[in-house]
Write a protein that binds this ligand. Structure first.
Ligand code: G4P
Length: 544
């Protein structure tokens, strides 16, 4: 069976829309492929759960044995995944909502924050920026936002935890606009201050959507819709305040404009309480109505691959040794055009060689499941993908190559040495492999020599992972020696002379030939830059 099939709300009254085989362009049009960017603890997991719950309840409500809103725990979802054909995994959550098929790609965060976190954003068509109402923009959100901006990924903003005391709504809007230059255009406005979340003023209809609390948000919060007059009677001052503030927004031009949103000048904004499942349906509606569907993807030639051209995809993530029983590599590829069918033989653009997709999978958490069909916007997992690298293109019939995914600003640096010099060959092979996978960047310099490459990573956990893999996968136990640099800039190779004489700085070469200047910190960099005005120092994507 296939977990890539998404069943519609009325599955028991006949097949949902996705079961009817569609053409690639038509299927693409109803895909919404996005990721949530947030700082740890803003509520990403809770929101993900709330979204899934919504999808499920909508499905159950239409089912013959409708038992809407009873379950809501993680273990139930695994059950749901099995029973309902919804794929809920650690990597991608796919579900049906209204006529749309939603693909929510996970951006690894917390301790496993890594280059992968960024790369996922190369595979989405939009992002949801989730903020904690009490905290506003936090560092990790800012980094991820920069990656979205560089990749031209349009953003919907959700202010979460409105059920708890937090900042003033207008203050949050100002903070977003002044910090990142993105103008929020609220879709709805909270009725009741943070900590007293009564409902939402729908700015498009002027109506009041009143929420009712359920125990712990285990079910979709029931909502009632009232006309403004009724709302005023019900909520008094809280409603009047919301109306006044909403009018203020209108006067300041903070209304939705689709082109400005797609151009990443503005961001539709919603208020929510993920834990109580308030405002989550509104987010789903906005995703369906406003978020972009997959579009023809630019190629290295400068043209675009049309959605109904023959199958094509690009690899945005490669994961090794996930399944301890079968130590293999899985490549995650996003479909860009055509219809993918399991068993297809596709061409690997980098080598020109055929790649067999007999073992294609829907993405998996603990369990793997076979995937049969996928359309533009969907993600496929390719097993035994030893030849596939991040950024690689795959195609059928008509050759295509998509641009490389940029590498991101490392902020952690560590020298790696073989414990046993006698195993240098194994050591070198391992380093090469890690470099190719791109989870760490491998930097070298004449000064340090080949035996002591410097690993550079977006998050420090990659060093632990790398050391573990060097020992267990490549039989080369290593020593790691962290360096104190925190910042990298792209520079010219001939800057080596200048930088080698200065304390708190160093020049190293990445294997793709890019010269990186490393600095202890921003201040050291700024001082050096002032003293050497000719020095090229270009920021990397996602960097401070
Ligand atoms: P993350 O994935 O972004 O790291 O965040 P996660 O969903 O794990 O949420 C972090 C904490 O914030 C959790 O509390 C969660 O319950 C809480 N939270 C998420 N959304 C909301 C919300 O809308 N309102 C309120 N009040 N809290 C929210 P925790 O104490 O870490 O765990 P738990 O004991 O509550 O499960």
């Amino acid at each position: 069976s296939s977990t890539a099939e998404v069943r519609g709300p009325d599955e028991d009254q006949g097949p949902g829309p996705a079961l009817l085989a569609g053409d690639a362009a038509g299927e693409a049009a109803r895909r919404r492929t996005f990721a949530v960017i947030s700082h740890p603890d803003a509520g990403k997991s809770t929101l993900t759960e709330a979204l899934a719950l919504h999808a499920r309840v909508i499905q159950e409500a239409g089912a013959v044995h409708g038992k809407a809103g009873r379950r809501g725990t993680v273990s139930d979802w695994m059950e749901m995944e099995r029973n309902r054909g919804i794929s809920i995994t650690s990597s991608v959550l796919q579900f049906g909502y209204r006529d749309a098929v939603i693909n929510l790609l996970d951006t690894p965060g917390h301790a496993d924050f890594s280059e992968d976190t960024y790369r996922v954003l190369a595979a989405v068509d939009g992002a949801v920026m989730l903020l904690d109402a009490a905290k506003g923009l936090e560092p990790q959100t800012l980094k991820l936002f920069e990656v979205c901006r560089a990749g031209k990924v349009p953003i919907i903003t959700v202010i979460n935890k409105w059920d708890r005391p937090g900042k003033e709504p207008l203050e949050l809007l100002d903070e977003i606009e002044s910090t990142i230059g993105l103008k929020p255009t609220p879709v709805n406005w909270p009725v009741g201050i943070a900590g007293d979340f009564r409902g939402l003023l729908d700015r498009r209809t002027g109506e009041y959507v009143k929420f009712t609390r359920t125990s712990g948000g285990a079910t979709v919060a029931p909502q009632e819709v009232f006309k403004p007059v009724e709302a005023a009677e019900l909520e008094g001052v809280a409603w009047e305040t919301a109306v006044e503030e909403s009018e203020l927004l209108e006067a300041s031009g903070a209304d939705h404009d689709q082109d400005a949103y797609i151009a990443e000048e503005t961001s539709p904004l919603l208020f929510a309480s993920a834990v109580q499942n308030f405002g989550v349906k509104q987010l789903l509606d906005v995703l369906v109505e406003l978020a972009p569907a997959p579009a023809p993807r630019p190629t290295v030639k400068g043209d675009r691959r049309e959605l109904d051209a023959p199958f094509s995809a690009f690899v945005f993530k490669v994961q090794a040794g996930m399944d301890t029983a079968h130590r293999d590599r899985v490549a995650y590829a996003r479909v860009c055009s055509g219809v993918f069918e399991r068993g297809m033989v596709v061409t690997h653009a980098a080598s020109g060689k055929p790649f067999h997709t007999k073992y294609a999978q829907a993405l998996f958490g603990r369990e793997r499941s076979t995937l049969e069909t996928a359309y533009p916007g969907d993600v496929i997992g390719l097993v035994n993908a030893n030849a596939l690298r991040v950024g690689d293109s795959l195609y059928v019939d008509k050759a295509v190559e998509f641009p490389a995914i940029p590498s991101f600003a490392p902020e952690h640096f560590s020298v790696m040495r073989a414990k046993d010099v006698g195993r240098y060959k194994q050591f070198r092979r391992g380093v090469e492999q890690l470099d190719q996978e791109g989870v760490v960047q491998v930097l070298r310099s004449d000064l340090r020599g080949d035996q002591a490459p410097v690993l550079a990573a977006v998050g420090p956990m990659q060093f632990e992972v790398s050391a573990y893999r060097m020992e267990h996968e490549f039989n080369s136990p290593v020593m790691m020696e962290p360096l104190e640099y925190t910042i990298a800039r792209i520079t010219d190779p001939d800057a080596a002379d200048t930088l080698s004489r200065l304390p708190g700085a160093e020049l190293m070469m990445r294997s793709d030939g890019t010269a990186l200047a490393l600095f202890l910190n921003k201040w050291r960099m700024m001082t050096i830059s002032r003293e050497h005005p000719g020095l090229r120092l270009d920021p990397l994507v996602g960097g401070a």
